[in-house]
Design a protein around this ligand. Structure first.
Ligand code: CA2
Length: 149
């Protein structure tokens, strides 16, 4: 008998709550609520489900990753600016056993040099950047493939 996989935890870092309200030339016009809907639809297409979380506080993101250890089958994370600064988020992800996909809405490699390095990439199974909010759906499709594996 097939068991239903635990949900995919979709985690978002600081300032992403402002998505769709400022800098549409970089991050597009969709809101974070739109991204939540998109993730749920992408997961449903693969017979999976999502939980969705955003915080402006590093410790809250770390605690969400800790919860994912027992409550989620995979993590899709856009750590936002913590990508470039947070060894603590890397350490938390290293304590998570399932697939981890790192998503950036913008192509960080086309931007300032301080955005070119990611601590999180040392743990991520894949990194998606520059695909806009579609990157979250691509990440969920990749998780579906990895979970089937
Ligand atoms: O491209 C991405 O997804 C980033 O993770 C977004 C972060 C940035 O620090 C990373 O280098 C790349 C910034 C998120 C801030 O999002 C905003 C959205 C709308 C208005 C203001 C900020």
């Amino acid at each position: 008998m097939q068991t239903t996989p635990k949900p995919i935890a979709v985690l978002n870092g600081p300032n992403l709550n402002l998505l769709g309200q400022r800098q549409p030339e970089i991050y597009g016009a969709e809101t974070l609520a739109d991204v939540e809907t998109l993730c749920a639809a992408a997961a449903a297409d693969a017979g999976l489900s999502t939980t969705f979380f955003q915080s402006n506080h590093e410790g809250e993101i770390i605690e969400a990753i800790h919860r994912a250890r027992t409550e989620a089958s995979a993590v899709v994370i856009n750590p936002a600016a913590y990508t470039h600064t947070s060894i603590a988020i890397l350490d938390a992800l290293n304590a998570f056993d399932g697939p981890v996909i790192e998503v950036h809405i913008s192509n960080v490699h086309k931007r300032e040099s301080f955005r070119h390095h990611s601590y999180v990439s040392a743990r991520a199974d894949a990194v998606i950047a520059g695909c806009g909010t579609q990157g979250y759906a691509l990440a969920i499709a990749r998780v579906a493939t990895l979970l089937k594996g």
